[in-house]
Unconditional design. Sequence first.
Length: 370
Amino acid sequence: MAVFLPVSARVKSVAWKTVAAAVACARLVVVATGYRRRVDTIIYKADRLGDWLLAEPTMARIADAARARGATTVIWAGRESAALRAWRPPACPVETFELEPQGWLAKFRRALAVVRLLAVYEARTFVCLRYSPEPVRNFVLAHVRAAEIHAMSWLIAIRPQGDVPHEIFRHHKILEGLGLAPDESEELLPRLNGRREVPAAPAVLAPYSSAPIKDWTEEGWCTVAAELFARGLRVELWVGPNQTERALALARRMEGEEGRPVAVRSGSLSALADTIAAAAVVLSADTFAAHLATALDVPMVCVLGGGQHGDFAPWQRSSRQRWITHPLPCFNCDWRCSRSRVECLEDIFPAEVTKEMDAVLRWEPQASGL
């Protein structure tokens, strides 16, 4: 019995076969022109800011090991994390392409970029640090020229218990395969220096995540902002460039009739890091700011949904960081919510956030032994 694919699936199948043919042709050209590049290790980490930050210690171990052998490493990365590399440049070359292009022209440019990488590079070892199954990753794994390939699927191992995100656990397993793993997975958590205490430090709010479904309620943020004002703290909203208009409207709601000033900022990653390093407290949705504050060991409270709970968060450097969620049986739905509303976030009450905020503001190392 014949099985017919939907038209969209057939179109995608033909498109990927065309890309594969383009790779084969481009390799012939590369060989003829002598443009081939042989490297020891290729690290594939096409991801967003937070995922890149969590992978930095793992990538550094791989690159350092290659450098100790006198060998070369190159990273294939998504342009979406370029701001982090501009702030913290890796110690090896980086080739980029757009991870999530919008529109056919942008997708065509991404295909050309991937074809070039696959045609030009040849490696002894290919290390894939992106685990979610998606077409570009799968295509690269099928066509890369490497003597060894180290990769894992999304949930190939049992979820670890404790304070180490599953993403870190996956990195540890990859390093075990390479013979580079530390004794404990916790050693792969990012740790940044630079936290400092300044007079009249602001409370930094990062209310908007990469997708609206991951956001907490604006009513909740307004209530928490009022509690911050009551504690004598000034408030700064930090958002992405495409979130400024929405943030300005939220700031007006927070200011209320009393006209308490709420600054809206959208600057470089280094400016965000400088602000967070000196913040009295960081309150965040599931954003890069939450991971950055944790890596800097700044007081932080994150309102975390259950779509990928445990995969990238929660994690801590100390008890200064708290992650709040509302547990449900449908956790780890990969943000394909089966409910009429996003209960794992909407049922987190402002009083819970305020309670944890007060706890991290009062926290002292001597009291916890950390």
